[in-house]
Write a protein that binds this ligand. Structure first.
Ligand code: SF4
Length: 439
């Protein structure tokens, strides 16, 4: 890429902890060629020293849109950049941070002032089928494991509507993923946005969104979402276990509520992508249920809520979260030499488990997903296709398509998981953990 389109300055997004080692590799490549390297995102914000010691010249705290303009201006005018607010850099071997590096006083842009994203700048734009768009940053909830911080703020709904119009007109976009963590954070704005969409496009466009489970109590919101073409809702259920949910500060803990709210999403015709965390560390030692009981409660939840797709991950103690602080205090975190950042993607255990062996903790989430993503799904796809004419007459297109789509997702998920498992060296990983535990 550097040969094809040489860069003078390179920016790295460090919001995903599991990508840090790869970022360091790439940063080294550019740094050694005298190219300015800039990093932003939560990981770099919380670990400026580590980031700056891996071939990054400048760490930007807070919204990068302000700092990047100033950095590029001083770079162009060949001036020192150390007067720019909200950045960290190395002064000799010392990390120097220019003000505004805490959550409460980080630099914030007015989101209505930002230019529209220019997807045309992306090299592989033709391969994009689903366009990521959004207008909300921050979250007012306070889940223990979550790295989304800061008082929520948003651009107005008209702006997001114009973003969609632009993408439809210039790129013939049809499918969108709204990246906002909780689209109901600004309920009125969200209702207004979907109303504008349905007035102009009916339900010809398709949207995937992220929401809290209990948002299904809001009929007006769900109706307007459905009318505008929202098909799939990604929901962090996290766990069926009361103690897990309390430790997470999830804000609800009754299984009956979870089932009722799910029912509502389904009744309104939404598909649910369910996200769960297995093996969450309890607040008090010995407080968690037995491993058998936990597996059973997860299976019961999945059966009772019958999501269309499922993700079961490990708890990830990301930097900057209260969960990481708690595990650090309890001295349960594996050191980075044993579990490096690249394993912080939810598929590996990063701390000593409670009430279960290392093998159980590592393997149960995948076992639950393997059970859900059925290898025999392909036979049901064939069967449903054969009986389509009869099923269409008897039950109608909607019901036939719902079942057929579910089987395609389940079989596709099975293929993905199998491929992932083949590539990973889980026994080697577990061996390393055992050696560490035995020290
Ligand atoms: S998990 Fe979701 S609801 Fe909880 S703090 Fe994060 S974004 Fe907010």
């Amino acid at each position: 890429m550097q040969k094809e389109r040489p860069a003078d300055v390179v920016g790295f997004y460090c919001g995903l902890t599991s990508t840090m080692e790869r970022i360091w590799q790439l940063a080294k490549f550019y740094y050694e060629r005298g190219i300015i390297t800039i990093a932003g995102g939560w990981h770099a914000h919380y670990c400026p020293e580590e980031t700056l010691n891996h071939h990054i010249d400048i760490v930007v705290h807070g919204d990068g849109e302000i700092a990047i303009q100033q950095i590029l201006t001083v770079f162009k005018d060949v001036k020192p950049f150390n007067n720019i607010a909200g950045i960290s850099f190395l002064d000799g071997t010392q990390v120097k941070t220019n003000s505004t590096n805490t959550i409460s006083n980080m630099l914030e842009v007015d989101l209505d002032d930002l230019p529209f994203s220019d997807f045309g700048l992306l090299k592989y734009i033709k391969e994009i089928k689903v366009y990521p768009i959004g207008r909300i940053r921050g979250c007012r909830m306070n889940c223990e494991f979550c790295s989304v911080k800061g008082k929520p703020r948003w651009a107005n709904s008209q702006r997001l509507f114009e973003t969609v119009n632009l993408l439809v007109e210039t790129r013939k976009a049809k499918s969108f993923f709204i990246v906002d963590d909780r689209l109901e954070e600004d309920r009125e704005g969200t209702i207004e946005f979907f109303r504008l969409i349905s007035e102009k496009y009916g339900n010809c466009l398709s949207f995937t969104v992220q929401s809290r489970l209990e948002a299904s109590k809001d009929d007006e919101l769900l109706d307007v979402m459905k009318a505008a073409g929202v098909g799939t809702v990604c929901i962090g259920y996290e766990s069926p276990d009361k103690l897990d949910l309390k430790a997470m500060r999830k804000g609800y803990h009754q299984l009956s509520d979870i089932i009722n709210w799910t029912e509502k999403w389904h009744q309104k015709g939404f598909r649910i992508h369910q996200m769960l965390i297995f093996g969450y560390p309890p607040k008090e030692k010995g407080e968690s249920s037995s491993v058998k009981k936990m597996i059973k409660s997860f299976k019961t939840l999945i059966r009772a809520t019958h999501p269309e797709s499922l993700q079961v991950l490990h708890a990830v103690p990301l930097v900057g979260t209260d969960l990481r602080q708690r595990l650090e205090k309890e001295r349960r975190l594996f050191p980075l030499e044993v579990v490096p950042w690249s394993k912080y993607d939810g598929n590996y255990i990063c701390f000593l488990p409670d009430n279960m062996t290392l093998e159980e903790a590592q393997e149960i989430p995948m076992m639950l997903m393997n059970r859900f993503y059925d290898p025999m799904g392909w036979s049901r796809i064939v069967l449903r296709t054969i009986v389509f004419p009869v099923d269409y007459i008897l039950r109608g297109w909607q019901k036939w398509h719902h079942g057929w789509y579910g089987d395609v997702v389940k079989y596709g998920g099975h293929l993905l998981i199998t491929r992932w498992q083949r590539r990973q060296k889980i026994p080697d990983f577990l061996e390393k953990l055992k050696q560490y535990e035995a020290r």
